[in-house]
Design a protein around this ligand. Structure first.
Ligand code: SAH
Length: 228
């Protein structure tokens, strides 16, 4: 089996002044790029991103870039994580569904912001590794294995839903599982690039906003792409 990038020895889960300094720099860069949510920037300053990286890539952990985490998947670019999270308008106590657990980094950011996080992953190896690893870091979302393109109806409704893989269309199930005043942020497009879409549910109606283009790995499953 391919080695999963974030399976680092426990001894590596240390956070020194150097790494904190690099995170401070990353936060300044995100601010320059237009991120304004102070609680989000505080969360990015706190969550150690380097522990999700393989030894060989460790030096890149605080660059504003996406990186491979094994199983053909990636840890999203910090700006992308920040952009999507800002659009979610997270408040402490929000019940959030994340589609695409991946490394778990995005879930950690949401938890730092005081959200209650339900995260679902379709790749069994990633699901298992992240479910073991995140609690070692002190982060405890509720982990689920399955096809998140169908949402997670057993725990619905959600205040916020974030899709961290590129969808061909907005999955209907996610709109259904959004509570009143809920916000869904989902990248929608083709396999190469997707428009960031925000849907807000108000009195049963949907308000749609569209932002920049991003490039995510494909959302698989029933309401996603049929193959990777
Ligand atoms: N949020 C992640 C980034 C995830 S990359 C992080 O912070 O690291 C996208 C993830 O979505 C991959 O792990 C992929 O396996 C997963 N994925 C793809 N289709 C999915 C589906 N239908 N349901 C749940 N997860 C899915």
């Amino acid at each position: 089996m391919q080695k999963l990038a974030f399976l680092v020895p426990k001894s590596m889960i240390e956070d020194n002044y150097k790494q904190r300094g690099l995170r401070g720099k990353l936060v300044r860069k995100l601010r320059q790029k237009g991120i304004r949510d102070e609680r989000l920037l505080e969360a990015i300053a706190k969550v150690p991103r380097h522990v999700f990286f393989d030894d060989a890539l460790l030096g890149h952990a605080y660059e504003d870039k996406a990186f491979p985490i094994g199983e053909g998947q990636t840890i999203s670019q910090p700006y992308t994580v920040a952009f999507q999270t800002e659009k979610l308008e997270i408040k402490a106590g929000d019940k959030v569904l994340e589609i695409g657990t991946g490394s778990g980094y995005q879930a950690c950011i949401l938890l730092e912001m005081g959200a209650k996080v339900y995260t679902i992953e379709y790749n069994r190896a990633l699901y298992q590794k992240t479910r073991e690893f995140l609690p070692e870091l002190g982060y405890n979302p509720f982990f689920f294995f399955g096809d998140g393109s169908k949402g997670l109806p057993v725990r619905a409704p959600y205040d916020k839903i974030i899709v961290t893989a590129g969808a061909p269309v907005v999955p209907d199930a996610l709109v259904t599982q959004l509570g009143e005043n809920g916000i869904l942020v989902v990248p929608v497009g083709n396999r190469d690039k997707q428009l960031m879409v925000k849907l807000t549910k108000q009195k049963g109606a949907l308000i749609k906003e569209e932002f920049d283009f991003f490039s995510f790995v494909p959302l698989l499953g029933e309401h996603g792409w049929k193959s990777q």
